[in-house]
Design a protein around this ligand. Structure first.
Ligand code: F6P
Length: 317
C-alpha cells in the first residue's frame, strides 16, 4: 500500500506526531508513505517527498507541520481531476491521509470520491469546531498554551491590583477554544461569537469583580470582533484600566501536549487500519471518549453552539 499525506488549511499541534506515527506503522508493515508539500497545490503539481521519519520524529513535540500546508483551493481547479490522476498513476498512490479542519474535510472528501481516491481525514484544528467529533487534534495544546500566559497575567494582576485583563484567543469564527480555557481557568467573563452580551452587563460584572478581588480576567474569542473597542470602552464605563493580551498565532504553534501526542498516535493507527481495510472515505472522530472512523463524507449538520451551561457558569448568569 502506498499512502500520500496531505496537510490542508491551518496547521495544528500534533500533526508532526501523527505523520511520524502513521509512517512508522506503515514502514513496520512494509507499506510506503510519501507526503505532499504545500497541501493539494503541491500534490497536483507533483511536489512529493519521501517522509524523513527521524526528522519528523524529532519534531513530534513541536507545533506546526513538517509537511507545509496551503489554503489555496487547488482541488477546485477545472483541471484538478486530470492532474490528480496523472500524479496518482505516476507515483502509484493507493490512498490519501488528510489533515485538515472543517472546511477542508467538508470539501475534499466528496471531491476525492468523484475521482475514486480513498481518503481518511484526521480532524486537526485548535478551534475544535469540526461537526461530528467532540475533539480535534491540537485543541488541548492550544488550551495549555493559554494557561501559561494566564498564570503569568494572574501573577502581575495580584501584585498590582486595579486592572482588568482581556485575553484574546484564536478560534476563528467559533468560541469553543475560548470557552474551554475560560471554564477551566476560572475566568470572570467569557465573550463568544455565538452568544450576545450587553456592555452594561459586562461593565457591571467587571467593576464588582475588581472591587471584590482586585482584578478581573476576561477571555475573548477572536470571533467577537472589536478587542480594541472593548479596551477603549470598558475603562470609560468602569473607570478601571484595561490591559489586552492577544495570544495570536503563537497559540496555534504551541508545544504539543501529552493528550495531543497520544491522540495523534491513536488517530493515526485508526486511519491506517481503515485504509488497509480498503475503506473508501471516512473521518476519525471522537465520540463519548472513544475514537472511531465515521464512514463517508462530513456531516452536513453544523456543530452545536458551545455549551451554554459552561458559558453561563463562567459569566455568572
Ligand atoms: O486554523 C484555525 C485558525 O488558527 C483560527 O483559529 C484562526 O482564526 C485562523 O486559523 C488563522 O488563520 P491564518 O493563519 O490564515 O491567519
Amino acid at each position: 500500500m502506498k499512502t500520500v499525506i496531505v496537510v490542508s488549511g491551518g496547521d495544528a499541534p500534533g500533526i508532526n506526531a501523527a505523520i511520524a506515527a502513521y509512517t512508522r506503522l506503515a514502514s513496520q508493515n512494509g507499506d510506503r508513505v510519501i507526503g505532499a508539500h504545500d497541501g493539494f497545490a503541491g500534490l497536483l503539481s507533483g511536489q512529493l517527498t519521501e517522509i524523513d521519519l527521524p526528522a519528523v520524529d524529532l519534531l513530534s513535540g513541536r507545533g506546526g507541520s513538517w509537511l507545509t500546508s496551503s489554503r489555496a483551493p487547488a482541488l477546485a481547479r477545472r483541471d484538478a481531476g486530470e492532474r490528480l490522476s496523472r500524479v496518482l498513476a505516476q507515483e502509484k498512490i493507493d490512498n490519501l491521509l488528510l489533515f485538515g479542519g472543517d472546511g477542508t474535510i467538508k470539501f475534499v472528501i466528496p471531491r476525492l470520491q468523484t475521482w475514486d481516491l480513498s481518503c481518511i481525514a484526521l480532524p486537526t484544528t485548535i478551534d475544535n469546531d469540526v461537526p461530528g467529533t467532540d475533539y480535534t487534534l491540537g485543541h488541548d495544546s492550544a488550551c495549555n498554551y493559554a494557561w501559561q500566559t494566564i498564570e503569568g497575567i494572574r501573577a502581575t494582576a495580584n501584585a498590582l491590583p486595579g486592572r482588568i485583563f482581556l485575553v484574546e484567543t484564536l478560534g476563528g469564527d467559533s468560541g469553543y477554544l475560548a470557552l474551554a480555557i475560560a471554564y477551566a481557568c476560572g475566568a470572570d467573563a467569557v465573550l463568544l461569537p455565538e452568544y450576545d452580551f450587553s456592555m452594561d452587563w459586562l461593565a457591571q460584572r467587571l467593576k464588582t469583580t475588581v472591587a471584590r478581588r482586585g482584578y478581573a480576567l476576561v477571555l475573548l474569542s477572536e470571533g467577537v470582533t472589536g478587542a480594541e473597542r472593548l479596551t477603549d470602552e470598558i475603562p470609560k464605563m468602569t473607570g478601571i484600566r484595561v490591559r489586552l493580551t492577544r495570544l495570536g498565532h503563537a497559540q496555534r504553534g504551541a508545544a504539543v501536549s501529552h493528550i495531543d501526542r497520544q491522540s495523534a498516535v491513536d488517530m493515526s493507527r485508526i486511519a491506517y487500519d481503515a485504509l488497509k481495510r480498503g475503506l473508501r472515505a471516512g473521518i476519525v472522530v471522537s465520540r463519548d471518549g472513544a475514537l472511531a472512523v465515521r464512514e463517508g463524507e462530513a456531516t452536513a449538520a453544523g456543530k452545536p453552539a458551545p455549551d451554554y451551561q459552561q458559558y453561563a457558569f463562567v459569566n455568572g448568569l
